[in-house]
Design a protein around this ligand. Structure first.
Ligand code: NAP
Ligand code: MG
Length: 402
């Protein structure tokens, strides 16, 4: 069989620990035998980030802007323990944060649904995608402990010196206050990314905030979404047969639980943080959650939602067998290859991505899976495979299919 040819390189961002091990096996077993893989390689492993003073992370993000599609392995976000473990020059920032800041994107997370791994919510049949606004609010807030009696106010001082004031509270005793902000530009980018992704994936888009209580802050989010929708997307949505609607977050939560799934739920930063963990857990496993960063000007970065699976890596280093789930990392590759195929009009690449996803799902549904899934599956006859053998089993299913 001839290998599938590519015309534009994918931006390949390698990573750390157990996922770096899986990355290599996935390429050897599932990609290189079938595709003349064209990538521009960036090593985001912590050692090389440290060696380049983290320049490699910035370079990889700029390359994503240039080529449009990237695939990323999970990476370590350094903390105090990692400073000693890797003898770091500095506590380098989270690569995802750096990439997000350069691409100015929105993160979409969706579970991979397979038979035998049943959602906790019985009515859910299709994936629910969470779109989380990744800028501002409490994540860039400033806070104060109020020591006693006194008045707290919000003050805005314009460049010309004019002041706007709003009373927060007349304190009788000790308390707390918090100030937070967002930017109309960032909210607009968030809205456009959501509308584009809904059109891309042909799914309805829901957006929810607490605008009844937050009449200026949350209401601005609601208004910006509606204005952009009316001006730029209404016709496109009608043509695609999909719907956009806004609803109060309380109502959204109730609807989500009663729904069948199969839509995108756009959330403000905090809501998205909390709800994506709830959705992932209720669908079965963090190891089955995909993630894609979409920028408002149409660049895509695909990855798994989970981290580097450090605990398994230490077992691997100690020479013990691991059974780490590679599904979300495989789907990061298929997402990126399909998008590349779509942009470059290479049908074989898109078909290959579909088949590799199907082979992965079929392998699990035939009872062959890693330990994390074996612990929660409702399938009767299960074979637990180690990290490498699961990927080899997917290859067998794939070869039978091609
Ligand atoms: P993690 O790597 O997601 O793993 C947490 C636990 O979840 C694992 O110990 C494992 O449970 C289970 N798990 C996650 N993915 C799995 C998989 N593919 N297969 C089987 N089990 C899986 O989170 P962490 O241990 O908190 O973080 C480790 C490192 O990852 C940190 O340095 C963090 O900075 C980084 N991180 C990176 C990203 C990213 O690059 N996007 C995201 C999150 C975290 P058991 O141990 O019970 O088997
Ligand atoms: Mg969270």
């Amino acid at each position: 069989m001839d290998k599938i040819k590519m015309t534009t390189p994918l931006v390949e961002m390698d990573g750390d620990e157990m996922t770096r091990i899986l990355w290599k096996i996935i390429k050897e077993e599932l990609l290189n035998p079938f595709i003349d893989l064209k990538t521009e390689y960036y090593d985001l492993g912590l050692e090389y980030r440290n060696e380049t003073n983290d320049q490699v992370t910035t370079d990889s993000a700029l390359a994503t802007k240039k080529y449009g599609v990237a695939v990323k392995c999970a990476t370590i976000t350094p903390n105090a323990a990692r400073m000693t473990e890797y003898d770091l020059k500095e506590m380098w920032k989270s690569p995802n944060g750096t990439i997000r800041a350069i691409l100015d994107g929105t993160v979409f997370r969706a579970p991979i649904v397979v038979k035998g791994i049943d959602p906790t919510v019985r009515t859910w049949k299709k994936p629910i995608t969470i779109a989380r606004h990744a800028y501002g609010d409490v994540y860039k807030g400033s806070e104060m402990k109020i020591p006693g009696k006194g008045k707290a106010e919000i003050v805005f001082t314009g460049e010309d010196g004019t002041e706007l004031r709003e009373l927060i509270h007349e304190f009788d005793g000790e308390g707390i206050v918090q100030g937070m902000h967002n930017l109309n530009n960032s909210i607009s980018s968030f809205a456009r990314s959501c509308f584009n992704y809904a059109l891309d994936t042909k799914q309805d888009l829901w957006f929810s905030t607490k605008d009844t209580i937050s009449k200026k802050y949350d209401h601005t989010f609601k208004d910006i979404f509606q204005d952009i929708y009316d001006a730029e997307y209404d016709e496109k949505f009608k043509e695609a047969g999909i719907e956009y609607f806004y609803t109060l977050i309380d109502d959204a939560v109730a609807r989500v639980i009663r729904s069948e799934g199969g839509y995108i739920w756009a959330c403000k930063n905090y809501d998205g943080d909390v709800m994506s963990d709830m959705i992932a857990t209720a669908f079965g496993s963090l190891a089955m959650m995909t993630s894609v960063l979409v920028s408002p000007d149409g660049n895509y970065e695909y990855e798994a939602a989970h981290g580097t699976v450090q605990r398994h890596y230490y077992k691997h280093l100690a020479g013990e067998e691991t059974s780490t789930n590679s599904v979300a990392t495989i789907f990061a590759w298929t997402g990126a290859l399909r998008k590349r195929g779509e942009l470059d009009q290479i049908d074989e690449l898109m078909t290959f991505a579909d088949k590799l996803e199907k082979a992965t799902i079929d392998t699990i549904e035939s009872g062959k899976m890693t330990k994390d899934l074996a612990l929660i599956t409702t399938l009767p006859d299960v074979t637990v495979l180690n990290s490498e053998n699961f990927i080899k089993e997917v290859r067998k299913t794939l070869e039978a299919m091609l």
